[in-house]
Design a protein. Structure first.
Length: 285
């Protein structure tokens, strides 16, 4: 019933006001007492899966955008952290799980990721209730040209009420380009915790970028759109319309030869706090 409701619900557009956007290979955990975040969400999931875990008693809510990287350890850590918040609140409730994403892609990448997630949940030592299984075939539609594609690409959750909705996000920051570069061109190969709810801060941790000659980035920048999609996407026929444009903005950033010292002075995270609902960079000094 929950999946059916989600699939039939209208898409909600969000801007930056009290919104926490979680990108691919990131996760965040938010408490309802955190005034900085009213809605948390993610988008652009094709073969990726968005997993939401919420304790119905204390309202602690986690959201992760999984692409197959370190699924078992990351998902286990997320579940354990939400349960810790529940224990500290001493509030009765249950851990509800919502899985959104994937489709019947011909490489079966969605199915492989679905199995990894379900296997991890099944082996968890905690009691989990799968409330919204909106992934794989359930999230699949066949287009007029015979190609399969996801029905839902993005979701958001209202932290206070726990309501889940189809969503798209006008702003995917802060630091969308830096986070995109970390995903595509850094040495980081793990799920990253984006947010510290105890202080209400987005914390973009330092990472080192892979070193390639500029000719490499220019080569990709010069690629025609379809060639780029075929080379850089797991599902080139169903990517969002701005996939290539956004990816090439990251390539332009990489052409500037970013270094850890330049982007993360003194190896410190880039920290953002909410200023009237807008994420504002905090001066580390």
């Amino acid at each position: 019933q929950s999946s059916k409701y989600l699939l039939e619900s209208p898409k909600t557009h969000f801007n930056t006001d009290h919104v926490l956007y979680v990108a691919q290979r990131e996760y965040a955990i938010v408490l309802p007492t955190d005034d900085s975040v009213q809605v948390m969400g993610s988008e652009d999931a094709t073969t990726c899966h968005i997993v939401i875990i919420r304790h119905t008693g204390c309202g602690a809510t986690a959201l992760g955008h999984f692409d197959g990287t370190n699924v078992k350890n990351s998902l286990t850590r997320i579940i354990e952290t939400v349960q810790i918040y529940a224990n500290e609140s001493n509030t009765a409730g249950r851990l509800e799980v919502h899985i959104i994403g994937g489709f019947k892609d011909n490489k079966r990448l969605s199915l492989e990721l679905s199995l990894q997630i379900i296997r991890t949940l099944a082996r968890s030592t905690f009691n989990l209730y799968l409330k919204t299984p909106c992934f794989g075939e359930i999230n699949d539609i066949i287009r007029s040209d015979g190609e399969h594609q996801p029905l839902i690409y993005g979701v958001g959750i209202d932290i206070e009420s726990g309501k889940i909705m189809q969503a798209c996000f006008d702003n995917k920051g802060p630091d969308e380009i830096i986070r995109g570069a970390r995903l595509m061109w850094s040495n980081c190969n793990e799920m990253i915790n984006l947010y510290d709810t105890s202080v209400g801060e987005v914390q973009i941790q330092p990472c080192s970028f892979k070193k390639y000659p500029n000719e490499v980035f220019l080569y990709y920048l010069m690629m025609p759109e379809q060639v780029y999609l075929n080379n850089m996407s797991t599902s080139p026929k169903v990517e969002p319309k701005d996939f290539v444009q956004k990816s090439k903005r990251v390539l332009q950033f990489m052409l500037s030869s970013p270094t850890v010292d330049k982007i993360f002075p003194f190896q410190m995270s880039r920290r953002y706090r909410s200023n009237n609902g807008i994420w504002t960079l905090v001066n580390n000094s």
